[in-house]
Design a protein around this ligand. Sequence first.
Ligand SMILES: Cc1cc2nc3c(=O)[nH]c(=O)nc-3n(C[C@H](O)[C@H](O)[C@H](O)COP(=O)(O)O)c2cc1C
Length: 171
Amino acid sequence: MKDCLEVINTRSSIRKYTDQAISPEVCRTLVEAGLKAPTATNKQEIHITVVGKDNPVQCEIQNDLNPEATVSFFYNAPLTFYLSADESFRWSPVDAGIAVENIHLAAKALGLGSVILGCMERTLNGEKKKEYAAKLAIPEGYKFFVAIAIGYPDTEKPQHSINFDKDVTVL
Ligand SMILES: Cc1cc2nc3c(=O)[nH]c(=O)nc-3n(C[C@H](O)[C@H](O)[C@H](O)COP(=O)(O)O)c2cc1C
């Protein structure tokens, strides 16, 4: 288990995974990391749907995104988590972002890799929204916000560089 700053200072988005399966215990730890994230007014409005790579819904999403694509939008990760949240709550997008980052960092701490996925947002909230909500067990009144593909890394990627002077103002 790595300490928090080491995880933050070494994490990057991983887009190539081994075939190693993620155990139910590790999966549970990752889901709990998402649910333990702070939410505005402690509303706890985040729902997580855990989907294995062979689930037909993933093929359908891949196809709807681009039937011609030669690479997987899920990067063949063994698991993808879909985060949905209360559609009418103004802080849902922020809360979903915090929850997904908690999962991303927890995965790194446990020796896994992950990549946050937004590419399916329009597809899941478009004309097939109801159909996808049923297939992904998204609760009534909730909508999809963001996903995260997770697996054991089969690649290393350096961190992106930062530009402190451009991006920070100290008053
Ligand atoms: C909200 C959000 C949506 C993203 N959607 C995708 C995506 O659909 N596909 C993908 O490959 N990466 C996606 N990413 C990962 C970013 O491309 C990645 O974080 C960025 O290139 C910086 O790389 P790093 O995470 O390795 O520092 C997303 C990241 C965020 C925060």
